[in-house]
Design a protein around this ligand. Structure first.
Ligand code: PLP
Length: 386
């Protein structure tokens, strides 16, 4: 055991694999629920796309959260993990007909609609089944977030949502349709957001839009502000639980929720990010021209965030206490972007050492690919090792 990891068990397993600390996950879920309980009519859905490992999903479902899905496959995964259909919302800029039909068949709570053409298809498919679908409109609030460009979603230039200018029109169109029931507005401005000012900017925009709608005697029952709360990638131990208190109190203080309204949140990364670690083994230590490489058996196929977003995961050598040395830590994939970090200090590394890549519970295992004909990494829960 080094720190929080059962290393002897790890040695018996084929690397690379994901390890999920269920205590961290359950403590995180408890922290969310404790903060949410302070406010009336706050409701949290877990964003399944962050991590759809079935055992992880089951623990999240047990905590009472709903599920935010962005594909038919995610709806199936959520139902399989026991999420009640009435707690499932379905978002996504390009929903296929079969995915909409799946949502209709399960009678999910709400479709978060991103365009008029999509609304028309939902209305048609619902009519064919003799159903009425609840719909919310995803509005692009043109609010920037101080995060990586690839994970901002709420700017006018992004593909997501309906523009504020078109909001009134799409609501009018929906109100003429027989097989959709307009119930709310949906927003999501980006991910890995740590500056509460970004969420305040969203609240201000929501307040403006609500005033505009009320002036037209349009009252919505549900406001959904998406997710996006970030985690501390530099200090996974010191801050294993994100600052949910600030997050929810920001919304409570800034968003003018009307008495009849429910405020929905869709948290992904903040729920699962810190409980997961990618465990890999050192294959080789190679002396380059003026640096040393630690070559791992895990690569961008197992954890793509560094290659995709220049993300940084804290790395630890779990099997060495020797003095620190500096390495470029890389994977085995035939791509120059297959680098986990440059000039990383690790306890001196040798072949066979176990390297932990921390804070990998969100957008890790779920984004794994079979590129280079690699096997997908497995995921183990700490519960399975006792
Ligand atoms: C990705 C996504 C989320 C979750 O984002 P996190 O940053 O992981 O909290 C929530 N809502 C929608 C619509 C999303 O696309």
């Amino acid at each position: 055991m080094k720190g929080i990891f059962p290393i002897d068990k790890f040695r018996e397993l084929r690397t690379p694999f994901y390890y999920y600390d269920t205590k961290v996950l359950r403590d995180t879920l408890d922290a969310v629920n404790k903060e949410v309980a302070r406010y009336e009519r706050f409701d949290v859905h877990y964003a399944v796309k962050a991590n759809a490992n079935s055992k992880v999903l089951t623990i999240i479902r047990e905590s009472g959260m709903g599920a935010d899905c962005v594909s038919g496959g995610e709806i199936r995964a959520a139902v399989k993990a026991g999420f009640p259909a009435q707690k499932i919302v379905f978002a996504g800029v390009g929903k296929a007909d079969w995915e909409i039909e799946l949502g209709l068949d399960y009678n999910i709570f709400c479709f978060n609609v991103e365009s008029i053409p999509e609304l028309e298809v939902i209305n048609e498919l619902a009519a064919a089944k003799g159903k009425v679908a609840n719909v919310a409109f995803r509005i692009n609030p043109n609010v920037g977030a101080h995060t990586h460009a690839n994970i901002t979603t709420g700017l006018a230039e992004n593909k997501f949502g309906i523009s504020m200018e078109d909001m009134d029109k799409v609501i009018d169109v929906a109100q003429e349709m027989k097989n959709v029931n307009f119930i709310g507005l949906h927003f999501h401005i980006g991910s890995q957001i740590l500056d509460m000012g970004d969420f305040i900017a969203l609240c201000n925009r929501v307040n403006e839009l609500q005033d505009r709608l009320e002036a037209r005697q349009i009252f919505v029952k549900h406001i959904n502000v998406g997710g996006g709360l970030g985690i501390d990638y530099d200090h996974p131990n010191r801050q294993s639980i994100p600052d949910f208190k600030s997050y929810f109190s920001t919304y409570a203080g800034q968003l003018k929720l009307r008495p009849h309204q429910t405020l929905h949140f869709e948290l992904g990364r903040a729920v699962v990010g810190q409980c997961g670690t990618l465990i890999s083994k050192v294959l080789y230590v190679k002396q380059g021209v003026n640096k040393k490489f630690a070559i791992l058996d895990a690569g961008m196929t197992d954890l793509i965030r560094p290659a995709l977003y220049q993300a940084h995961h804290k790395m630890e050598n779990l099997t060495s206490d020797e003095t620190m040395q500096t390495y470029d830590v890389v994977g085995p994939i035939c791509e120059s972007s297959d680098v986990f970090g440059k000039a990383i200090d690790l306890n001196k590394v040798k072949r066979g050492d176990l390297i932990a890549l921390r804070s990998a519970g969100a957008y890790g295992e779920i984004m794994a690919s079979g590129y280079n004909c690699r096997e997908l990494p497995k995921g183990y829960l700490s519960d399975e090792f006792v």
